[in-house]
Design a protein around this ligand. Structure first.
Ligand code: HEC
Ligand code: HEC
Length: 192
């Protein structure tokens, strides 16, 4: 039997592989299930009479826009549609070059190749009639900072930069501070 040592080695390899696989299987079985699922189910379950979970900003980093943390075998309360803010009150800008948010609703305002509803009120020539703020001079500048007679093509599609706001609750917490807040937090420095 010339093959005897070969068979022995083969058997040995087989046993080692089986042992390793067995240990790996045990380890996998012992690891706890992902925490997110359990945390989401217990924290965000709407209790009867309480406001639906979707109304509150979720804890931590969890963004579950589809099921809002509600288990798959339960039906969640339908959150109400968000309303576009239409108060005509200009909002503060978070930094000087921020495109201001739109303080009015823009339902059915057509902006395409043939017509631009926004410019009906916001073009320099019409702004006084509608008491709308005219678009600033940057909207007439091309990329070489040359002033054009009409709105610059790169500023034509207003909603690329300007957006309406809704009363929807934020999906994630936001701790943005504007520059004035940061400056006021700095210790006092003597000017030169
Ligand atoms: C019927 C006229 C009219 C139309 C059309 C219109 N707006 Fe306005 N817009 C105004 C007026 C008036 C204001 C000033 C605030 C107010 O009264 O709502 C304003 C304010 C704004 C502001 C705020 C400016 C600031 O300094 O805070 C932005 C941005 C804006 N509009 C963008 C748009 C965009 C984008 C469109 C097209 C989707 C549009 N507007 C269509 C009349 C109009
Ligand atoms: C590429 C981004 C961009 C596009 C596209 C754009 N804007 Fe603006 N808009 C800005 C920025 C940034 C500001 C604030 C700084 C400035 O005035 O340039 C602004 C400012 C404004 C203001 C306030 C002006 C003022 O003096 O307070 C109005 C009104 C406005 N935009 C309307 C429009 C309208 C209407 C359109 C479409 C025809 C449009 N914007 C397209 C970026 C954009």
């Amino acid at each position: 039997m010339r093959d005897k040592p070969l068979i022995a080695i083969g058997l040995l390899v087989l046993i080692v592989v089986a042992a390793v696989a067995f240990m790996a299987g045990r380890k996998a079985a012992n690891t706890p299930p992902p925490v997110t699922a359990t945390a989401a189910t217990s924290a965000n379950l709407p209790s009867p009479g309480a406001k639906p979970a979707a109304e509150e900003a979720p804890q931590g980093n969890q963004i579950d826009a589809m099921r809002r943390g509600i288990p798959v075998n339960q039906e969640g309360a339908v959150p109400s549609l968000a309303h576009v803010e239409n108060a005509d009150i200009k909002r503060n800008r978070a930094y000087p070059m921020q495109p201001p948010t739109i303080p009015h609703s823009i339902d059915n305002y057509q902006v395409d190749k043939n017509s631009n509803r926004c410019l009906l009120c916001h073009a320099r020539a019409n702004a006084d009639k509608f008491q709308a703020p005219p678009v600033s001079v940057t909207h007439y500048m091309d990329r070489d900072d040359q002033f054009l007679a009409t709105i610059s093509p790169r500023r034509y599609f207003c909603n690329q930069c300007h957006v309406v706001q809704t009363d929807a609750k934020p999906l994630v917490a936001n701790n943005f501070k504007d520059i004035d807040t940061i400056l006021s937090e700095q210790p006092e420095h003597k000017a030169n």
